[in-house]
Ligand binder design. Structure first.
Ligand code: AMP
Length: 209
């Protein structure tokens, strides 16, 4: 039975396509050279939808896609009452969700102004530490918020730390480790059980190899 698989553009798409190819699932056209958003696959069985990261859990939760491939950051930011299953860690797209602030500057007392694209993750983190925060939602270039006086610190994805360093920031606490995960729609786990099982088992074999 064919599966609809949604995955996000960019790094996750680039790193997931070779894994899917090893499972025999290849888009019928190169997604990087096409403006299409829905692709058939060479097996003729499955379909791939390519979208923005934040929409991957939405597609899976609403059953538009059976399977989603996205970062743990996207899953955590989506919410805590998740109506889908997380089935597999692909061990790619590894990075950390961290707090960061200007080098050598102590965090102020009282309400901390925190800029992030991941306001839900940031809110949960600071609440768990009983720290009062004022959250500033940004959609990019978060690293410049402290320099501009918009925030005292940021919550963002850190890989090498080079982006922080280039903007006069230092990493402080690690909130969680991030990697790319496979999620599945709850109904698809019943109605397409064999296909989902095979897909996940094949991918697990590829990841473990
Ligand atoms: P770096 O300078 O290597 O610490 O990379 C940090 C920047 O790259 C941040 O702005 C992140 O948004 C982005 N980034 C790094 N790794 C990932 C990843 N695995 N997934 C998504 N974004 C990432």
């Amino acid at each position: 039975m064919g599966l609809v698989i949604v995955l996000n553009k960019g790094r996750i798409l680039a790193e997931s396509l070779p894994l899917l190819a090893k499972c025999g699932i290849e888009p019928s056209e190169n997604p990087n050279e096409s403006r299409k958003l829905i692709f058939g696959t060479t097996t003729g069985e499955h379909q791939l939808i390519i979208t923005r990261s934040a929409d991957v859990p939405t597609y899976v939760e609403h059953g538009v896609a059976d399977i989603g491939i996205t970062g743990k950051d996207t899953i955590l930011e989506y919410g805590s009452n998740l109506d889908f299953y997380e089935l597999l860690d692909l061990h790619i797209g590894k990075c950390r969700m961290m707090t960061a602030g200007p080098v050598g500057v102590e965090e102020p007392e009282g309400v901390l102004r925190v800029a992030s694209k991941f306001v839900n993750i940031a809110r949960n983190y600071y609440h768990s530490r009983c720290r009062q925060v004022s959250l500033i939602k940004m959609s990019g270039a978060i690293e410049i918020a402290p320099m501009l006086g918009l925030a005292d610190c940021i919550v963002d994805i850190v890989d090498t730390g080079n982006t922080l360093k280039a903007n006069g920031l230092e990493a402080r606490e690690t909130i969680c480790d991030i990697s790319t995960r496979v999620i599945a729609n709850r109904a698809s786990m019943k109605t397409k059980y064999d296909a989902v099982e095979k897909f996940v088992a094949d991918l697990r074999d590829v990841v473990q190899a």
